[in-house]
Design a protein around this ligand. Sequence first.
Ligand SMILES: Cc1ncc(COP(=O)(O)O)c(C=O)c1O
Length: 375
Amino acid sequence: MQFIDLKAQYQALKTEIDENIHAVLDVGQYIGGAPVKELEEKLAAFVGRKHCISCANGTDALQIAFMVYGIGAGDAVFCSDITFISSTEPSKMFGAASVFCDIQPDTYNMSPESLEKQIQAVLAEGKLKPKAVIAVDILGNPCDYDAIIPICEKYGLILIEDAAQSFGASYKGKRCCSFGQIATTSFFPAKPLGCYGDGGAIFVDDDELAHVIRSICVHGKGPKGKYDNIRVGVNSRLDTIQAAILLPKFKALEDYEIANRQSVAKRYNEAFAADFTTPFVQDDCISIYAQYALLAKDTETRDRVVAHLTEKKIPNMIYYPTPQHALPVFENEPTYGESFTNANDYCARTLSLPMHPYMDPADQELVIKTVLEAL
Ligand SMILES: Cc1ncc(COP(=O)(O)O)c(C=O)c1O
């Protein structure tokens, strides 16, 4: 059994994917070109943004967002304590301070209360300038944007949606990647929309911003082309072959994978509701379940389930074992007295099970049986 069965998806979409790869090879254009343009247009329309600018990976996408807004030394950037390092790395890289916020105990996303408390602590101290919020839709479950957006507006903060895990999810009728001034996603193979290597994208509505991002992605190119460098940029592009692979995968996501992921999650939820905390999705929201995470009643139970699954050769993961504030790289970051109670508790009890849209019901039954056996 696979944790995320990419081969099953390839078998389902083999004809279209193979044809698209061969079409790129026949044309012989490997950077840019029609597939990249088509993908960007389709993804922008799907999420409801004016512009999609593809790039080399989701980490670059976030770093480029920092470059566009000139976030750096003296700035405070607020981020959830539960995320992958890519969300918080750019702050460190560009000399800004990462100010971590505790999570909501039910969705595991950034707590709006903790966010506002941390902003006020930064203002009260008077050393750093509150500048931006990175809202990570963790495990594919959207953040509480009705609460976060007014806080960003109240304090004049840039909202960056890190939708690396949530492409295909939605919050009250709006797709993930449509929140904030700028949103980013990842096409890493295991993501809900993944390519066969690295890839990413940036979404904005503002024409000028889109123009600057396209320039940054190609070494800061100017109006006269790539040897007319007018700003500091990077080399970050989505390969044509990856765009060609993503096109049929995107269609499958829209046509049936979002729905299939809901069915798999529902079966797990029903099986585990009595013994575990199952994922909570807010009303009118759709999680894409990039990961299906349970909370065991305590660490000892979690570790027992993990050991039993591993012994029975059932893939399992812990997303994430360590909250950001406790990572060695952030040991000198200011915490403003936040105790991160919910984030610490989450890390102590979480475990993730195999989850993908092609999951065989018999395999899922085996996962359920093995988890329950461990209790
Ligand atoms: C929350 C989050 N942000 C950003 C990224 C970065 O994406 P990539 O691996 O494409 O650089 C990831 C990837 O795992 C992620 O989980």
